[in-house]
Design a binder for this molecule. Structure first.
Ligand code: FAD
Length: 388
C-alpha cells in the first residue's frame, strides 16, 4: 500500500511527490509519457521569486533571463516594464525539458518511486483507500493508495471521475499554439506581449526569448471568440510583425482560465496544477501555482497520513492553503479577464496610450491595472474594489 500515488510528472505532480516523500511518505509518481518534460507545452516564462521560493536556481534549466516586458496594444502602442521599476512577473524563461526532469529527480531523491511510460487508466475508492489501475506497455496492474493526487493536467480524467471538476466550457479554456523559432533578431532581455481581438481574440500573442537568437513565439485564443484556428492567428501575427526565423518545434496545448474552483478535493483525492484549473486567467501562467499547489498537497498528504484521516473534510486543509496563497488572485484575474473580453481594440488602444511611457512602479498586472483605473475611473470603476 502506498501512502500517495501521484498521476502526472509535470511541475505539480513532481512537486507533490517530492514534498510527500520528504515528509516520510511512501510515494509512487507515474507519468504516461516515455520522457518527463517532453513534449513541452509551454512558453516557459516564470517570475524569479516563484522559482526561488522552492529551488536554488540551476543555470542548466534557465534558457534566458529577462529584465523587462513590453506590451503592445493593437495599434502597437508600447507599454514597457523594466527591471528598475519592477517586481518580477517574468524573470526567467525556463528550459522545461530540463526543469521538469529536475523536479522529478528531486522527488526520486527524496524517496519516491518514479515510473515513466506508465498511465493511470482508472481508479476506484474502496473502504477508505483507492485502488489505482496502471498500464505500462500493454501490462496492466493495480496498486493501492491512501491518497491519489491528480496532477494529470488540463484534461484531468481523475478530477472529472472524482466529480471535483467538470469539462471546461469554451469560455474557460485558451487554445494555444507555439513555434520555437531560431535565427530571430530580437532583444533577448525582454518578453513581448501583443494584445487585441484581431491579433488574438480573447488572449494574446507572445515572444519569449530562449537565448541564441531563438524564442518561443506563440498565441492563445479563446475558441468562443475566434473565427480561425489558433495556428492561423499565429501565422498571421508572425507575418504582421515581419518576424523572420526558422520554426524548429511546434506545440499545441490548452490552458484552463477558469478562475478559482470551489474545492480541489474529495475523499482520498486531491487535484494539483492544471488539473485543478490553477493557471492564471489573465496570463495563462500555470507553473508557479503548480509548484505551490503541489507543495501544499504533499504537506497535507503527510498530515493526513499522520492522523489516519483521508476524508474530504480533512483534505480541505489543502483547499485552505492554496486559496490563501493564490486562490484570491485566480478569482480576481478571472474578473479582469471577463472585463477585458468586453473591450474592443479601440478601447485597448486608448487604455495603453494613457499609460504608455509611465514609470510603472512594479512589474505586475496589479500595477498596470491600478494605473489604468486611475486614468479611466469610469471605464474601469467596477475593478476598483479589487485592485486599489
Ligand atoms: C502553449 C502554452 C504556453 C504556456 N506558457 C506558460 C508560461 O509561459 N508560463 C507558465 O507559467 N505557464 C505556461 N503555460 C501553462 C503551463 O504549461 C501549465 O500550467 C503547467 O505545465 C501545469 O503543470 P501541471 O504539472 O499541472 O501539468 P502538466 O505540465 O500538463 O503535466 C501533466 C502531466 O500528466 C501526465 N498525465 C496526464 N494523464 C496521465 C495519466 N492518465 N497517467 C499518467 N500521466 C498522465 C501528462 O503526460 C503530463 O506530463 C503554458 C501552456 C501552454 C499550453
Amino acid at each position: 500500500m502506498y501512502d500517495v500515488v501521484v498521476v502526472g510528472a509535470g511541475p505539480a505532480g513532481s512537486m507533490a511527490a517530492k514534498t510527500a516523500a520528504e515528509n516520510g511518505l511512501k510515494v509512487l509518481l507515474v507519468e504516461k509519457r516515455q520522457e518527463i518534460g517532453t513534449p513541452v507545452r509551454c512558453a516557459e516564462g516564470i517570475s524569479r521569486e516563484n522559482v526561488e521560493r522552492f529551488f536554488e536556481v540551476d543555470k542548466k534549466w534557465i534558457a534566458a533571463e529577462v529584465t523587462g516586458a513590453k506590451i503592445y496594444a493593437p495599434d502597437k502602442t508600447e507599454v514597457v516594464m523594466s527591471e528598475e521599476m519592477a517586481g518580477n512577473e517574468v524573470g526567467y524563461v525556463l528550459e522545461r525539458k530540463i526543469f521538469d526532469r529536475f523536479i522529478a529527480r528531486e522527488a526520486a531523491k527524496a524517496g519516491a518511486e518514479v515510473y515513466v511510460k506508465t498511465a493511470c487508466t482508472d481508479f476506484e475508492r474502496r473502504n477508505g483507500f483507492v485502488r489505482v489501475k496502471l498500464r505500462r506497455m500493454g501490462e496492466e496492474w493495480d496498486v493501492e493508495a491512501r491518497i491519489l493526487i491528480g496532477a494529470d493536467g488540463v484534461e484531468s480524467k481523475i478530477g472529472r471521475k472524482a466529480g471535483i471538476i467538470k469539462t471546461l466550457k469554451m469560455n474557460d479554456i485558451e487554445s494555444c499554439v507555439q513555434y520555437l523559432m531560431t535565427g530571430l533578431d530580437i532583444d533577448q532581455s525582454y518578453t513581448y506581449f501583443y494584445l487585441g481581438r484581431e491579433v488574438a481574440p480573447g488572449g494574446y500573442a507572445w515572444i519569449f526569448p530562449k537565448g541564441n537568437s531563438s524564442a518561443n513565439v506563440g498565441i492563445g485564443v479563446l475558441p468562443k471568440m475566434a473565427e480561425k484556428t489558433a495556428r492561423e492567428y499565429l501565422d498571421a501575427f508572425i507575418e504582421r510583425e515581419g518576424i523572420e526565423g526558422k520554426v524548429v518545434e511546434v506545440v499545441a496545448g490548452a490552458v484552463p482560465v477558469y478562475g478559482e474552483i470551489e474545492t480541489a478535493v474529495s475523499d482520498n483525492i486531491m487535484l494539483v496544477g492544471d488539473a485543478a484549473f490553477h493557471a492564471d486567467p489573465i496570463t495563462g501562467g500555470g507553473i508557479a501555482n503548480a509548484l505551490a499547489g503541489g507543495y501544499y498537497a504533499g504537506k497535507v498528504a503527510a498530515e493526513a497520513v499522520k492522523k489516519g484521516d483521508f476524508s474530504a473534510g480533512f483534505l480541505r486543509k489543502y483547499d485552505e492553503l492554496w486559496k490563501d496563497d493564490f486562490g484570491k488572485k485566480l478569482k480576481r484575474n478571472k474578473k479582469l479577464q471577463l472585463k477585458f473580453l468586453e473591450m474592443d481594440d479601440a478601447t485597448i488602444n486608448k487604455l495603453a496610450a494613457s499609460i504608455s511611457g509611465k514609470n510603472l512602479s512594479e512589474m505586475s498586472i496589479r500595477a498596470i491595472v491600478t494605473e489604468l483605473i486611475k486614468a479611466h475611473p469610469r471605464l474601469l470603476w467596477d475593478l476598483k474594489s479589487i485592485f486599489i
